[in-house]
Design a protein around this ligand. Structure first.
Ligand SMILES: Nc1ncnc2c1ncn2[C@@H]1O[C@H](COP(=O)(O)OP(=O)(O)OP(=O)(O)O)[C@@H](O)[C@H]1O
Ligand SMILES: Nc1ccn([C@@H]2O[C@H](COP(=O)(O)O)[C@@H](O)[C@H]2O)c(=O)n1
Length: 215
């Protein structure tokens, strides 16, 4: 079974993707990590000449070993850099094969990101689009950063998330929109457990309908 999970920053899509993967015994890929790793690799060149060419080279050279430092990749700075390299068409193309290979492994997989249901896995068995209002997302991200001992300026964080969402939605190469056949799940008022139960209910229902329609 192939499950696609998309949504804006800090909507909880990674948490849900990991929960679904655990529930169904599937491998899981947080595709944002790929963009974050590429962004990190070209940090020193941000907004300088050569940034784009270096990002393309980094994306082409990317392998699993670049995804190990989850703490660094999880920083707000990495998120900003990721969204800057994510607008480069050749970077997206270079990362496509890695994601597609993961998605099509025998037995299936869960992937989360921005363009999973639209570009990477248009053939997914189930597509979820996770939403939560901006304030709830900011608060979740703030608590996540605080749990790592960081001091958070909530006003700045709110604007940083809004800015990143705006860049992602305006990305002409991004494919960041809800696929027509994706199921919208708004988690603004749901805790993690309740959101996971809701996601599992959607997946079970879609799969039961698919099974039922088989000759
Ligand atoms: N439904 C929820 N209620 C409260 N907190 C949540 C919920 N879902 C996720 N969280 C928390 O919010 C934070 C961000 O969640 P998560 O990393 O899953 O978001 P994301 O959409 O994958 O973010 P990103 O786009 O940056 O990768 C985490 O600390 C997570 O535990
Ligand atoms: N499929 C994807 C995944 C991510 N991006 C870009 O990377 C940034 C970081 O992603 P997170 O999920 O870790 O927040 C994100 O803001 C996007 O710019 C992408 O384009 N496609």
């Amino acid at each position: 079974m192939m499950i696609a999970v998309d949504g804006p920053a800090a909507s909880g899509k990674g948490t849900l993707a990991a929960g679904l993967a655990g529930h169904y015994g599937l491998p899981c890929l947080d595709t944002g990590l790929l963009y974050r790793a590429v962004g990190r690799a070209v940090d020193a060149l941000e907004d300088q000449p050569g940034f784009e060419a270096a990002a393309i080279a980094a994306a082409r050279a990317l392998d699993a070993s670049h995804l190990a430092d989850v703490a660094e990749l999880g920083s707000a700075r990495s998120g900003v850099l990721a969204s800057k390299v994510a607008v480069i068409a050749e970077v997206r193309q270079a990362l496509f094969d890695y994601q597609r290979q993961f998605a099509t492994q025998p037995g299936g997989a869960v992937l989360d990101g921005r363009d999973i249901g639209t570009r990477i896995c248009p053939d997914a068995d189930v597509k979820l689009f996770i939403q939560a209002d901006s304030k709830a997302r900011m608060e979740r991200r703030a608590r996540q950063l605080e749990s790592r001992g960081l001091v958070v300026d909530r006003y700045a964080l709110y604007h940083q998330i809004e800015e990143r969402d705006a860049r992602d939605m305006a990305n002409p190469n991004g494919g960041f929109y809800k696929a027509d056949d994706a199921h919208l799940l708004d988690t603004t008022l749901l805790g993690i457990e309740a959101a996971l139960r809701a996601a599992i209910a959607i997946v079970d229902e879609v799969m039961a309908r698919k099974e039922g329609s088989k000759p």
